[in-house]
Write a protein that binds this ligand. Structure first.
Ligand SMILES: Cc1ncc(COP(=O)(O)O)c(C=O)c1O
Length: 348
C-alpha cells in the first residue's frame, strides 16, 4: 500500500466512486443520449466536463505543473473540506490548524466531526510567526493533517519557509499550505516543492488577486495520487460550465491581474503609513496580503463608527492575539481615502 493510501480514511480507500455519463464516454458523439439532458438547443443544456480537462490544462501551463497535479474546486473551501474528508476519520482522528488563522479549517473540521487542535502563532520576536516545534509538539498518532496559511489570514504575514519545511520533514501526515494571498507577496509558491514532498498540498484561488471571488474557483496542487483521491470524492460536476469557460478566458489576462496586484500593494503601503498616524490607531501590522491588520484603541467603537459612515471592515477582536484588531481589505484609491477620512474623524 502506498503512503498516501495508508493515510486515507478506510472508507475512502475502499470507495467505489460514482461514474457519471461524462466520465464513461469522453469522445465526440453526434447524438448524446447518455446523461438524461434536455436535447434541445438551449444554453448550458449539457453537463460540464467532470474533470475540467481544458481548465486544468490551462492552469498546468501557467503553474508549470502537470494537469494530474491539479484539483479545481468550488472555491478553495471545497478543497479544504475534501482534504479533511479524505484523510481524517470522524470522531477519532485530528488535524492541526494555527490560530489566529482562516476560520474555515476549524469549521470544516467541526462539520466533519474531526478534532481541530489549534496552535497559537508565536508573538515573541517576529510578529505572528510559525513555531514548528509548537505544532509538532501537539502531533500524536491520530494527527492526519496540518493546515498552514501563508500569508496568513487575518495577520497578513508570510510564514517562515524554514519552519514550514521543518514540519514537512518531521510530520508523517498531510501538510496543507494555503497560499490564497501569495500573489500580494514576493514569496515563491511551495508548489515547486511538490516533487520533494509527496504529502504536501498547496491551495490557491482565483478569489483574491485574480478578482474572481464570484466565480468560485479554487485550486489544490499536490502529487497525482492525492489529486486522484480528491477527484474521486468530489461531487461529479463541482465546477459548472460557466466557470470552466470563463476561468480559462480570465487566466489569459494575467496582465490585468498583475496591474491590480501592483496597485493594491502600492495602496497598501500608503494606507498603512497614513492610518498609522491616526490617534485611534495603535499599530498597523506589516502585511504581505491585500488587507491590513490594525490594532485600534477600541475595536467595537471604531467598527461601529465606520459602519455609521457606511464602511464595513472585519472586527477580529474576538480572535486570540487580536485584541482590538480590525482587518481592513485594501480597496480602490477612493475607498481607501474614504476610510482614512473616517478614521481621522473617529480620532477626534
Ligand atoms: C486563507 C484563505 N483561504 C481560502 C479562502 C477561501 O477562498 P475561496 O474563495 O477560493 O473559497 C479564503 C477566503 O477568504 C482565505 O482567506
Amino acid at each position: 500500500m502506498s503512503t498516501i493510501s495508508s493515510l486515507l480514511r478506510s472508507n475512502i480507500r475502499n470507495l467505489k466512486p460514482y461514474s457519471s455519463a461524462r466520465d464513461e464516454f469522453q469522445g465526440k458523439a453526434t447524438i448524446n443520449l447518455d446523461a438524461n439532458e434536455n436535447p434541445f438547443n438551449v444554453a448550458y443544456a449539457r453537463y460540464p466536463d467532470p474533470l475540467q480537462r481544458n481548465l486544468r490544462q490551462r492552469i498546468a501551463k501557467m503553474k508549470s505543473l502537470s494537469p494530474e497535479q491539479i484539483f479545481t474546486g468550488n472555491g478553495s473551501d471545497e478543497a479544504i473540506d475534501l482534504v479533511i474528508r479524505a484523510f481524517c476519520e470522524p470522531g477519532s482522528e485530528n488535524l492541526i490548524a494555527l490560530t489566529p488563522s482562516y476560520g474555515m479549517y476549524k469549521v470544516a473540521a467541526d462539520i466533519n466531526n474531526v478534532e481541530c487542535r489549534q496552535v497559537e502563532l508565536a508573538t515573541d520576536g517576529a510578529t505572528f510567526s510559525l513555531n514548528s516545534q509548537a505544532v509538532l509538539d501537539v502531533v500524536d498518532k491520530k494527527t492526519k493533517v496540518i493546515f498552514l496559511c501563508s500569508p496568513n489570514n487575518p495577520t497578513g504575514n508570510l510564514l517562515d519557509k524554514a519552519e514550514i519545511y521543518r514540519i514537512l520533514d518531521n510530520f508523517k501526515g498531510v501538510v496543507v499550505v494555503d497560499e490564497a494571498y501569495l500573489d500580494f507577496s514576493l514569496a515563491a509558491s511551495l508548489s515547486s516543492d511538490l516533487g520533494r514532498y509527496p504529502r504536501l498540498i498547496v491551495l490557491q484561488t482565483l478569489s483574491k488577486a485574480w478578482g474572481a471571488a464570484g466565480m468560485r474557483l479554487g485550486m489544490a496542487f499536490a502529487n497525482r495520487e492525492i489529486i486522484g483521491v480528491l477527484n474521486q470524492i468530489k461531487y461529479p460536476y463541482n465546477i459548472n460550465q460557466l466557470t470552466q469557460t470563463y476561468a480559462i478566458q480570465r487566466l489569459f489576462s494575467d496582465v490585468v491581474m498583475k496591474d491590480h496586484v501592483k496597485e493594491i500593494i502600492a495602496e497598501r503601503t500608503a494606507l498603512a503609513a497614513d492610518i498609522q498616524k491616526q490617534a485611534c490607531v495603535k499599530h498597523v501590522y506589516p502585511s504581505d496580503a491585500n488587507f491590513l491588520l490594525v490594532k485600534v484603541t477600541d475595536a467595537e467603537t471604531i467598527y461601529k463608527g465606520l459602519v455609521a459612515k457606511k464602511i464595513v471592515v472585519r472586527n477580529r477582536h474576538s480572535l486570540p492575539l487580536c485584541e482590538n484588531c480590525l482587518r481592513i481589505t485594501i480597496g480602490t484609491p477612493a475607498e481607501n481615502k474614504a476610510l482614512l477620512d473616517a478614521l481621522k474623524h473617529l480620532s477626534k
